[in-house]
Design a protein around this ligand. Structure first.
Ligand code: FES
Ligand SMILES: [Fe+2]
Length: 392
């Protein structure tokens, strides 16, 4: 982020630590429990948010050279994302045009061509059909008309966005990155992919999102690991259209009050988190970037993926130990989040609650539900779901 933004955020945090106060939204928000249980609501959300809306499917570090590719299976549309021989970023439906087999069966790799495991049709990474065994049996098949089916793809700040909709319009990244584009331009998440992991969790995707989008639970649920590092429930939250930025001061930030402003560094004393609508939560720590994405599978089933990217490699014992330590910390806290979220889902199914509550200091979690409502309304009206503006 720009230096003036960084200094203003530190001042905001110090004002609240000095006054023992916290930022509050205008009102408490209630959401109906049915939103987390209703299969037709989930079908609408999947169509609007994981079909019509662009989502981040990976990082450029996964496509480091021409000929590299990765597959992605969490949007409902099987995807093959490539950097073709000319270096061009592309995305396709990962389905063979002969009879519909899954084309690329690897998670990632590098190749000149991809061969279908069923009958051996081959495609290059620009999606062109290049080889058909025993082609004479197809009566002069037009290869050009049987290339892979493309979907819109775009990249900015290393993040690879796909709109998982066949025939969908191009992606407007200015709209998708409203409010956080300038920050990411300065702190561009570049470098190496240090980890890519995934978990399956027995809860609605929004239960996990709610959990990730507030720090109220951190001193309690994570009291034995990361809890004590942070100022308790002292988040600074800024909503920009559908996206958000949350600053979670560490206890060490209090020291800055006695240090010269030119030495103030936000990331040394706070976790800086961005929410990219609809499903991505990105954390900047001192020396790496991590993001968690949630992907609905069923009303009570969600896949969570984690990327860790850094401008260093885990190529020495010290760095490997550092990475290992951080992954262990994530494992500990995520196990608490996942276990609790599965319990929440059972609680919502119990019929004991008609709605759930978001406090005035849980405004990030509350805001995402309004944005989801707006996207679903737009879809029902036949409007583009991702025509965001800073006023939304
Ligand atoms: S389905 Fe791919 S070659 Fe037959
Ligand atoms: Fe948590």
């Amino acid at each position: 982020m720009e230096r003036n933004v960084e200094l203003a955020l530190i001042e905001r945090a110090l004002a609240h630590t000095a006054a023992d106060s916290r930022e509050m939204a205008a009102e408490v928000v209630r959401r109906p429990v049915a939103d987390y249980l209703d299969p037709s609501r989930l079908a609408d959300e999947r169509a609007a948010l994981f079909g019509d809306h662009p989502v981040v499917v990976g990082h450029l570090a996964q496509l480091s050279s021409p000929g590299s590719f990765f597959t992605h299976d969490h949007t409902g549309l099987p995807l093959l994302v490539t950097r073709d021989a000319d270096g061009q970023l592309r995305a396709f439906v990962n389905v063979c045009r002969h009879r519909g087999a899954r084309l690329c069966t690897e998670e990632s790799g590098s190749a000149r061509r991809v061969a279908c495991p069923f009958h051996g049709w081959t495609y290059d990474l620009a999606g062109r059909l290049r080889g058909v065994p025993n082609a004479d049996g197809f009566d002069g098949l037009d290869l050009d008309a049987h290339g892979l089916v493309p979907v819109p793809v775009a990249e900015r700040h290393g993040l690879v966005f796909v709109r998982p909709r066949i025939g969908g319009p191009p992606i407007d990244l200015d709209s998708v990155l409203i409010g956080i584009d300038d920050d990411l331009r300065v702190d561009r998440p570049e470098g190496n992919l240090l980890a890519l992991r995934h978990w399956e969790v027995g809860c609605n995707w929004k239960v996990l999102l709610d959990n990730f989008l507030e720090m109220y639970h951190v001193p309690v649920l994570h009291g034995s690991n990361i809890g004590p590092m942070f100022e308790p429930n002292r988040s600074l939250y800024d909503q920009f259209g559908q996206n958000g930025r949350r600053i979670d001061p560490r206890r060490s930030i209090r020291r800055l009050a006695d240090e010269p402003r030119e030495d103030w560094r936000l990331r040394s004393h706070a976790l800086v988190t961005y929410f990219i609508f609809p499903n991505l939560q990105m954390f900047w720590t001192q020396d790496y970037l991590s993001w968690l994405s949630v992907w609905p599978v069923a009303v009570d089933r969600t896949v969570c993926t984690q990327h860790i990217v850094a401008d260093w490699e885990a190529d020495t014992d010290d760095r490997r130990a550092h990475l290992h330590h951080n992954l262990e910390l994530f494992d500990l806290t995520l196990a608490e989040d996942f276990g609790t979220s599965e319990g929440v889902q059972r609680g919502l199914h119990s019929g004991a609650l008609h709605d759930v509550l978001f406090a005035r200091f849980e405004s990030g979690a509350a805001a995402v539900h309004s944005s989801i409502d707006l996207a679903l309304e737009r879809r029902h009206r036949g409007e583009p779901v991702d025509a965001w503006s800073a006023r939304d």
